[in-house]
Ligand binder design. Structure first.
Ligand SMILES: Cc1cc2nc3c(=O)[nH]c(=O)nc-3n(C[C@H](O)[C@H](O)[C@H](O)COP(=O)(O)O)c2cc1C
Length: 193
């Protein structure tokens, strides 16, 4: 795991372009990029087998846990933050901007700053949809219907959108999802087997 704290204005600008010009990437007081990092391992132990898919999963989980701890710490101090997954729109460009070596992957950014607004709280999926006892529980139509009502209301009030969870899923998975990612990972020397 590696974090790049981006303080250079030109680099921030480059990341802002990658992240579909989301203005807080340019304006947030702090911008951190969380990366999978096996470059250190390869430097210390050149024969280390870091190209297994399992290794990639471990690296991504580590970075995700670390990021959430950072955000919780920031929130405990009255700060706010937003993750920026759209850095993966162009991982090659992010790698270039941050001079990331082989065996690393820029996973997502995290903007941190003093909140300028208090947006509506996004309704969480009910526990009936996310937790079960002993065995997996498939999606329950009643729980989904109840959640859809709550979420549709949220989307309407938050963004004026006529949308619910099912439609959001349909939209998000209607086309190839960042298909450049697999070749990028493999070029970085990861997920080759
Ligand atoms: C991995 C990840 C990536 C995200 N990427 C973006 C992003 O690129 N731009 C953005 O505005 N929000 C991004 N978000 C934030 C979500 O759009 C959403 O606003 C947030 O998860 C809702 O916050 P809440 O669950 O704390 O209410 C991301 C969230 C996660 C977990």
């Amino acid at each position: 795991m590696h974090i790049v704290r981006v303080t250079d204005v030109a680099i921030r600008e480059g990341l802002y372009e990658v992240a579909a010009q989301q203005k807080y990437v340019r304006e947030a007081a702090e911008f951190l990029v969380f990366c999978i990092d096996y470059a250190k391992h390869k430097q210390a132990v050149p024969e280390a087998q870091v190209d297994w898919t399992e290794t990639l999963i471990i690296g991504a989980v580590d970075a995700g846990i670390m990021a959430q701890n950072c955000l919780l710490a920031a929130e405990s101090m009255g700060l706010g933050g937003v993750y920026i997954g759209s850095l993966r729109n162009n991982t090659a460009r992010v790698t270039e901007l941050l001079q990331l070596p082989a065996y690393t992957v820029p996973l997502f950014g995290l903007c941190i700053g003093h909140p300028a607004q208090q947006p509506l709280y996004r309704p969480r999926m009910p526990l009936a949809m996310t937790v079960s006892e002993n065995h997996y529980r498939p999606l329950n139509a009643e729980a989904l219907a109840a959640y859809e009502t709550i979420l549709a209301d949220y989307y309407q009030r938050r963004s004026g959108l006529d949308l619910n969870w099912q439609q959001a899923v349909a939209n998000n998975f209607a086309r190839p999802v960042r298909p450049h990612i697999l070749p990028f990972l493999q070029e970085q020397g990861l997920a080759r087997r």
